[in-house]
Design a protein around this ligand. Structure first.
Ligand code: GTP
Length: 292
């Protein structure tokens, strides 16, 4: 049989369940998942390799109207992943009440077939599922529609089968042992960011960036140092908490995630630093790995 390979982009509104889906499809924790919107800031590749095929999934930031430079960069990454796609998975929360016009607008530039995935059906009922299927059929006339639960891995196999049937004949794009375009430092920083998103309210998660300043590997231990960047002194105080208690919680959970992910003992050190308005400053965004 000939070899198949292609790019499959996962797009949708914030919080629709894109990262949960990507992890379910890839079978590894590639993308961090939190209950808050706009958790994912970068396009992240997750690659499924097989002797006969290679599927290159892209998890992308949720589509929003950008308010500051960081969000603009996030939206450029969505656009880039749509342009590259052989197939687009449009993830929509079954209980989404907001207009998804901005997502559909983004799709207009693409020739790739679109599959609509109505997610979180575990939080809905049969009648609503039927209505939503009709709605998306009318609205988009997509190549296919699946009602799924990414969280409970319901219908994930059906999506995989569909993707395989529709993957172009093509040689592999990446080496077959390549699982992602991101390195260990990236995953380490994401695991800290995941805890910041989980442990703090309001604007703290959105004002935070995590930079890995040291990543030393030895056989039985990874020594990791990180800077947590916030925009104001008041945020720094909240982040650290009374007697450093909050930061300790972040460190404990992040370290556990890292030990799970890297299968190593982790020694983690974190420092909090203030950089005023970094989210709106081109030089910092560039330095932190956000493309224009
Ligand atoms: N009940 C239920 N919850 C889900 C399902 N899929 C995802 N979630 C939850 O929805 C929330 C958001 O999930 P993510 O996967 O981070 O969503 P996302 O679309 O990547 O979000 P952004 O990074 O903001 O774009 C998390 O709390 C998930 O656990 C599902 O099938 N059922």
């Amino acid at each position: 049989m000939s070899h198949r390979a292609g790019f499959v982009s996962i797009i949708g509104k914030p919080n629709a369940g894109k990262s949960t889906l990507m992890n379910a499809l890839v079978g590894e924790k590639m993308s961090i998942i939190t209950p808050k919107a706009q958790t994912t800031r970068h396009r992240i590749l997750g690659i499924v390799n097989h002797e006969d095929y290679q599927i290159v999934f892209s998890d992308t930031p949720g589509v929003i109207k950008p308010n500051y430079l960081l969000q603009e960069s996030m939206m450029h990454q969505v656009t880039g992943s749509i342009v590259d796609a052989d197939l687009i998975l449009l993830v929509t929360d079954i209980n989404e009440t907001h207009d998804e016009g901005d997502v559909l607008e983004k799709l207009q530039g693409s020739l790739a077939p679109v599959v609509v995935l109505i997610n979180k059906i575990d939080k809905s009922d049969e009648e609503t599922v039927k209505q939503k299927i009709d709605f998306w059929q009318q609205k988009l006339n997509p190549k296919a529609i699946f009602a799924i639960s990414a969280l409970h891995e319901h219908n994930i196999k059906a999506i995989m089968d569909f993707i395989l049937e529709n993957l172009p004949e093509h040689p592999a794009y990446y080496e077959k042992d390549f699982l992602t375009d991101r390195n260990d430092r990236f995953f380490a920083s994401e695991m800290i960011r995941e805890q910041v998103f989980k442990q703090y309210k309001k604007e703290i998660p959105y004002s935070t960036e995590v930079i890995i300043t040291e990543f030393k590997e030895s056989d039985d231990l990874y020594r990791i140092s990180a800077e947590i960047i916030v925009e104001r002194d008041s945020q720094k105080n909240i982040l650290i908490g009374k007697n450093g208690e909050m930061l300790k919680i972040v460190g404990t959970y992040a370290r556990r995630s890292m030990e799970d992910f890297f299968q190593r003992k982790i020694f983690l050190q974190m420092f909090v630093k203030v950089i005023g308005d970094w989210r709106s400053k081109k030089n910092y965004l560039k330095q932190f790995g956000y493309e224009d």
